[in-house]
Design a protein around this ligand. Structure first.
Ligand code: BG6
Ligand code: MG
Length: 221
């Protein structure tokens, strides 16, 4: 295949926000008396806000009615916003700007495909809101990853067929979403975790157009 567009997940691929999600969930779980560890936080990567709360309640063996769930999810999000509103461009992950600039020179389109409803604020805070040809995020989708909706939406917004898109993802649910969308997927992280990705690199600092061309020539969808 020939890459027409690269679609990037946001959290954990372009910026390291997992620590802020953890801090905010931890504040909530401390309040609720639930023992929640950084290890548990791994299970929340790529998972939507409400689904994350469900996992946390399961860990704490706690049942809540829908009204309370919404109240706590909102509380967590307010704390999360407090943290991300202080983000600066220094929190863009290594290699990200260089790689995206290279892709643009090659006339490859660039989009975001993220579950987060806070995507616009994060992009604005770290100063990269103008870099993308399209942004599909938690505000314009209804189905969470591993459903392919967010990546298909991004492809539709830029007018590129799914089979010409390459997704960069750090979460297992996100890799599955890319495959469900019929797209090539390059995992960001470890191959032991992202077993279904077509190729895995530790971070975007290991990516360049030459490597992308090699992967697209060798790997079959
Ligand atoms: C994903 C994160 O990108 O977005 C998850 O990996 C998070 O941890 C999800 O729960 C939803 O984010 P938000 O900002 O809408 O609560
Ligand atoms: Mg992610």
């Amino acid at each position: 295949m020939r890459t027409g567009a690269c679609i990037f997940d946001l959290d954990g691929v372009l910026v390291d926000t997992a620590k802020y999600h953890f801090k905010a969930w931890k504040r909530l779980t401390d309040m609720l008396g639930i023992d929640f560890t950084e290890n548990d936080n791994e299970r929340l990567k790529g998972v939507s806000r409400m689904a994350s709360l469900e996992i946390i309640l399961e860990i704490g063996n706690m049942q809540l009615d829908e009204r309370k769930k919404l109240e706590y999810a909102t509380l967590k999000n307010n704390w999360y916003i407090e943290y991300i509103s202080k983000m600066t461009p220094s929190e863009i992950l290594p290699g990200c700007i260089r790689f995206i600039t290279e892709l643009k020179k090659e006339k490859i389109l660039i989009a975001i495909g993220s579950a987060s409803k806070n995507t616009p604020m994060i992009l604005e805070r770290v100063g990269i809101q103008g870099m993308f040809d399209a942004v599909a995020d938690g505000n314009n989708i209804t189905k969470a990853k591993p459903d392919p909706e967010v990546f298909l939406k991004a492809a539709e917004m830029i007018g590129i067929r799914p089979e010409e898109c390459v997704v960069f993802e750090d979460a297992v649910a996100g890799v599955q979403a890319a495959l469900n969308a019929g797209m090539m997927c390059i995992g960001i992280g470890s191959p032991e975790v992202l077993t279904k990705a077509h190729f895995v690199v530790p971070g975007l600092y290991e990516m360049n157009v030459g490597k992308l061309r090699e992967i697209e020539n060798v790997k079959q969808l």
